[in-house]
Design a protein around this ligand. Structure first.
Ligand code: ADX
Length: 238
């Protein structure tokens, strides 16, 4: 068991390790009390590929928001089948169903923060209950918030979030994909370099940052899985 005050020292040690070494350490430390989440984009492939080599039965949470591009659902199903992954779909709490059905088109456009909370943050908060660790694929080079992330982060109720790819750059991800001949999300070649839900994602130009097509014009860069919102026990109406 890891004590809270051991985390800074462990982080110092893990900073110099490769994603594969961090993954091996995490699996050895947490065993079956660990799960990971993946958004099944092209850039998700390296970590998933490492999992197939190190802990093939690891639970992999996929947030089935109901708003994905069909290409994402097909890609996820294909990779899960080809690599024999233990993918578990997470859905919003059914208490939201009537509200979401009544506001299906307007919800992501009028209130993307609430939409992400209902369809991503809350289902993940529920899924990690009882786990000791939750692994994600965020990188420091992706957003201003993620630039300050740590490899091990303490969440509510003692849960440890592990981010093995934190120090990898986009170039590292691309190199790993090429070297290992990993598959790519079908929308990548159409200019979708970072892919979330369909109502909130557009293709970007060659000179734009990868995430420029996420929540365009909404002043939003994060869904909330990797911000303070994740530690919030309920939605706060502003
Ligand atoms: S997002 O906040 O912009 O949507 P991004 O696509 O970069 O996130 O993914 C970062 C990490 O968030 C992923 O490695 C994964 O752990 C988690 N994540 C994001 N979207 C999903 C999803 N639909 N299902 C499962 N995990 C997800």
């Amino acid at each position: 068991m890891i004590l809270t005050d051991e985390i800074p020292e462990l982080n110092k040690k893990l900073e110099n390790k490769s994603p594969r070494e961090i993954l091996e350490w995490t699996v050895a430390e947490f065993g079956d009390d660990l799960a990971m989440s993946s958004s099944f984009q092209t850039q998700s492939m390296p970590l998933l590929h490492m999992v197939t080599r190190i802990k093939p039965d690891l639970r992999i949470f996929f947030l089935e928001t109901g708003y994905h591009f069909w290409e994402t659902l097909i890609f996820c199903a294909r990779v899960a089948t080809d690599w024999n992954l233990n993918v578990i779909d997470l859905h919003r709490d059914s208490r939201w169903d009537v509200f979401v059905r009544q506001n299906l088109r307007s919800l992501p456009l009028d209130d993307p923060n609430l939409c992400c909370y209902i369809n991503k943050v809350q289902p993940m908060q529920k899924a990690v209950i009882g786990l000791k660790a939750w692994m994600t694929g965020i990188r420091r080079d992706q957003t201003a918030e993620r630039a300050h992330a740590q490899i091990l982060e303490l969440e509510n109720d003692g849960l440890i979030k592990v981010n093995p790819l934190l120090n990898w750059t986009k170039a590292d991800v691309t190199r790993y994909i090429e070297e290992n001949h990993l598959p790519g999300h079908p929308l990548l070649e159409k200019g979708y370099r970072s892919i979330g839900c369909a109502p909130c994602t557009v293709a970007v130009g060659a000179s734009d940052p990868d995430r420029a097509g996420r929540w365009v014009g909404r002043g939003k860069t994060e869904c909330g899985l990797h911000t303070e919102l994740f530690r919030q026990k309920e939605w706060v109406v502003r």
